[in-house]
Design a protein around this ligand. Sequence first.
Ligand code: ASP
Length: 338
Amino acid sequence: MNTNKRICIIYTGGTIGMVPSEHGYVPKAGVFEPLLRSINDIHRPEFPDWELVEFSPLLDSSNIAVGDWNKIGRVIDQHYDEFDGFVVLHGTDTMAYTASALSFMLENLNEPVVFTGSQIPLCMLRSDGLDNIVNAILIAASGRVHEVCLYFGGRLLRGNRSTKMSADLLEAFDSPNAPHLAETGIDIQYHDTVIRPKGVGKLHLQEFIDVPIGVLKVFPGIQFDLFESIMTEKLKGVVFEAFGAGNIPSRPGSNLLPLVERAYRSGTVIVVCSQCQQGSVSLGTYETSSGLARADAVSGGDMTIEAAVTKLYYLFSCGYDKETIREKMEQNLCGERS
Ligand code: ASP
């Protein structure tokens, strides 16, 4: 029995549709749809109806930029009423960034947008693409989720909590600070209590503008003065990847704090996230993070770097002033932080 659910598959590129070339795997226009049609499961009567929108050019997701996030958002916005859900096929390298970006961009979303891809191309032996795409389509047609999520290697994750954990395992993604939305085994087990409620009102697409954002990973011996000019003049927002619960080198001579203070005065929003995959930033727990709080940096809490970066893009694109952006960075807008 066909559910009569209609799913729009947006194919942006990534390993799932790549073919070998003399310079390594590349996406190639026109090869994916015939490959997809060669999968038996897709032709079962109980399988949802689907249509494929293929992007041009197809991208290795290392090349994805802000304009491509907008392009995906526009396709969803334009076809929203025609489909019951969307599956976005995307490279794994930056999938968590794009899923995070779309979770902010698609305000009032009440349909599922499921990102997936694969570690092994669909045209190769042992591809994980088959399981990923079939389950992603079934999840998108299930009526059980209505948020931006990411299905990969048996796990359904909230998009803005997900992060790529492994360059080679087939269970490549996880959401270390948030429970899985579902797992696939013989059945698909949904965890209804952690799935977000449907958005209320009409879908609104908040396109992003290409604001200058930076990420600075702190390491022992970092010479902060080398980063002075970008931090105080050019960047609108900086995400610090600090140690542990938000700590930074603070011995005399490590002059980050005056830079942070100056950056704040010149209008830059500084967000502190952790280099640890799991756990939360807590500014002021240690003396080595208390200066950041005094210098008006904001805590990224347990947000992923991907969520913090894309949230900054979103808030600047909404046109908020610096103080509002600082406040909203510390609030939970769409499940991105506890
Ligand atoms: N480089 C590829 C991409 O992100 C990797 C993948 O899809 O697994 O597009």
